[in-house]
Design a protein around this ligand. Structure first.
Ligand SMILES: [Zn+2]
Length: 266
């Protein structure tokens, strides 16, 4: 096989390999995206849970403080009932008032913390649906990835082996040139030369439509084992069929055609 035939064989299997790899990559990217978003939501949830825990601990501390005040008050009331001394009685009554005031303050703080806790709980509840939705999307993306891997994994391995065999028929330089051209052109490493006008010596790259200089055209049309690449896109150029050179001896029919179509535009 000629160099170009070998390159085209490589391209045929290479594009299938790329197609499957692209599917895997897209599925993996999808899964990653959902995972990252889910992790963000879960992080927010953990933050809220930590805040709620702190608030609950603060409320528990306040309640503990209040119960010790309550105990002290019971004690003071008992002393008050048995007090016969007016000075002691007044002192006990004053202390009771102070503690009542402190308990009121505590009750307000407990209430405020409970309100904060309710807000946090509402915020957490509002996060339930987005977390559930995102989890579902993540699971679906995971299933899609697993499915395409089990469906196409074997085929990919086969194609990769086939690609290896096709590549082994080419020299290292040519393989490198192919890989570079493929990398630059999303796998489209080869392009056929388009003949715009033989008479005017106008040729273009079938991949990017850039004009091809006559010299490059001549080298591509010689169909030798020399690689010719497009200066614009880097694709490796080839020609399936080479048109007759102008000025070559024409057959009668061609001469007649040329006379009817003097611009050679056909
Ligand atoms: Zn090109």
């Amino acid at each position: 096989m000629s160099l170009i035939a070998n390159l085209r064989a490589l391209h045929a299997v290479d594009s299938q390999v790329r197609g499957i790899r692209t599917r895997f990559e897209n599925a993996e990217r999808d899964l990653k995206r959902h995972q990252v978003q889910l992790e963000t939501l879960a992080g927010k949830r953990r933050e809220l849970e930590a805040q709620a825990k702190q608030l609950q601990a603060a409320v528990a501390n306040l309640e503990l403080e209040d119960s010790s005040f309550k105990q002290r008050m019971e004690q003071l009331r008992a002393e008050l009932n048995s007090s016969a001394n007016p000075r002691q009685y007044n002192a006990l009554r004053d202390e009771l008032k102070v503690i009542e005031g402190k308990r009121d303050g505590l009750a307000e703080r407990v209430l405020a913390q409970m309100e904060n806790l309710e807000k946090l709980k509402a915020e957490m509840a509002a996060g339930d649906a987005p977390i559930a939705d995102r989890t579902r999307l993540r699971d679906m993306a995971k299933a899609a990835l697993d499915e395409s891997k089990s469906e196409l994994g074997g085929r990919l391995a086969q194609l990769e082996a086939q690609r290896g065999r096709a590549a082994s028929l080419l020299s290292e330089d040519v393989r490198a040139a192919f890989d570079e051209a493929a990398e630059q052109n999303e796998g489209e490493a080869l392009a056929e030369v388009t003949v715009i006008s033989v008479r005017h010596r106008e040729f273009a790259c079938g991949g990017c439509n850039a004009e091809i200089p006559l010299d490059a055209y001549s080298r591509a049309s010689a169909q030798t084992d020399q690689l010719v690449t497009c200066n614009n896109c880097g694709r490796i150029l080839y020609m399936e069929t080479v048109p007759e050179k102008p000025g070559n001896k024409k057959t009668k029919a061609q001469a007649k055609e040329a006379a009817l179509d003097p611009d050679g535009l056909g």
